[in-house]
Design a protein around this ligand. Structure first.
Ligand code: 3PG
Length: 409
């Protein structure tokens, strides 16, 4: 794991902590109400509660949505939900850097929690920059003098070099919060020297991510097998020159995925036995599930799931693994008839003694729907950040914590 400081390395009593969390939640676009509070609960019950118990004055920085998008709303509701979760009062101020925000921070007493306005109301928040560049902004210059320490708990935003993610690390002692620490520990377990055999299961609709992750984990001898499904699986089949049939080939064209075929072909050439593609698939034949083998392709129906023979082959590989990573469902699991592939693969992961890591919004939703949460080794709350991490990218938010740790040790 990377060398960063954690909340064990700082005495928070009487100190003002600027805490960056990821409260970004699904919103009902009509009523603007928060639909799901997983992330608020995760940060609240760990990092924020611990800071309150340690007597810190807690100033929460967070974002919701992106400017111009319908889920870009203030954080008032988030404050109300956090207060209910923690059974503690949570203050909210509709200001980020102005006199109202500054006054509210100065008035905080030990263990009190204050949420500032959505950080993305700052016009430069999402501008990419280095910690030193961002330290010069009015955002950091206004808030840093009021704080003693920066706690970055937002692993799921660590792939962004935004002001609120990296700027404060240049000027304040900076530590990882508990969620950041947990995510990094679990993810490192799946990426740095995982127990072998290590199997990556890549599904979902983001075939470009599946290609880049497969390449990284195979080239670096991290994974022994990559099992493909979902649209990613279709792409790998298409790269084997298999005609999937009109609706499926048109779908890949429409989503501009065919451009990845040459890269996948190259990868398949290098790793013909390590990469597994479906042996059979389930098509949506006018609302009914029908399984056909790959030899029976092309089909005039859309492919919605992997078939039973594939499930059996994948489950055999999963049973022999010591480390398992899944990102993306294997089919259209939202439709009960096509849930089989995703369900049986996730159940096999749950039954396995291997360390299993689950990531990606849809996959996590499937695990929750199947009530398999307790059977998994680790469920990541991250989306884009997790994908970049699994591709071996350096995450600016983590690199900034590492640089800060070097300075303060
Ligand atoms: C997420 O939901 O993945 C994070 O909150 C990051 O959001 P962003 O993609 O808008 O930066």
């Amino acid at each position: 794991m990377t060398k960063i400081l954690t909340m064990d390395d700082f005495n928070f009593k009487n100190k003002t902590a600027l805490v960056r969390v990821d409260f970004n939640s699904p919103i009902d676009l009509q009523t603007k109400e928060i639909l799901e509070d997983t992330r608020i609960k995760a940060h609240g019950k760990t990092t924020i509660e611990e800071l309150a118990q340690k007597g810190a004055k807690i100033v929460v920085l967070a974002h919701q949505g992106r400017p111009g998008e319908p889920d870009f709303i203030p954080l008032e509701q988030h404050a109300e939900i956090l207060a209910k979760i923690l059974k503690r009062p949570v203050k909210y101020v509709d200001d980020l850097l102005g006199s109202k925000a500054k006054k509210a921070i100065r008035n905080l007493k030990n263990s009190e929690i204050l949420i500032l306005e959505n950080v993305r109301t700052h016009p430069k928040e999402r501008k990419k920059g280095t910690p030193n560049d961002h330290a010069e902004t009015d955002f950091v210059r206004s808030l840093a003098p009021l704080a003693d320490v920066f706690v970055n708990d937002a692993f799921s935003v660590a792939h962004r070099s935004h002001i609120s993610i990296v700027g404060f690390t240049a000027v304040l002692p900076s530590v990882a919060g508990r969620i950041m620490e947990k995510e990094l520990r679990a993810l490192s377990r799946a990426l740095e020297a995982p127990e072998k055999p290590c199997v990556y299961i890549l599904g979902g609709a983001k075939a470009d991510d599946a290609l880049r992750i497969s390449r990284y984990v195979l080239d670096n001898e991290i994974a022994d097998h990559v099992l493909t499904g979902g649209v990613a699986g279709h792409m790998f089949l298409a790269a084997k020159d298999i005609n999937l049939g009109k609706p499926n080939m048109e779908f890949l064209e429409r989503k501009e995925l065919m451009g990845f075929v040459p890269g996948i072909k190259e990868l398949l050439k290098h790793y013909p036995t390590q990469i597994k593609t479906p042996l059979d698939i389930a098509v949506n034949e006018d609302g009914k599930r029908r399984e056909i083998t790959i030899k029976e392709l092309p089909t005039k129906y859309p492919i919605f799931d992997i078939g039973s023979k594939t499930i059996q082959m994948y489950c055999d590989i999963i049973r022999n693994a010591q480390s398992l990573v899944i990102s993306g469902p294997l089919g259209v699991f939202e439709d009960r008839k096509f849930m089989k592939g995703t369900k049986e693969i996730l159940e096999a992961m749950g039954e396995s003694k291997a360390f299993s890591l689950v990531g990606g919004g849809h996959t996590v939703a499937a695990v929750e729907q199947l009530e398999l949460e307790k059977k998994m080794g680790y469920i990541s709350t991250a989306g884009g950040a997790l994908i970049e991490f699994l591709m071996g990218e350096t995450l600016p938010g983590v690199a900034a914590l590492e640089a800060a740790a070097k300075r303060h040790t």
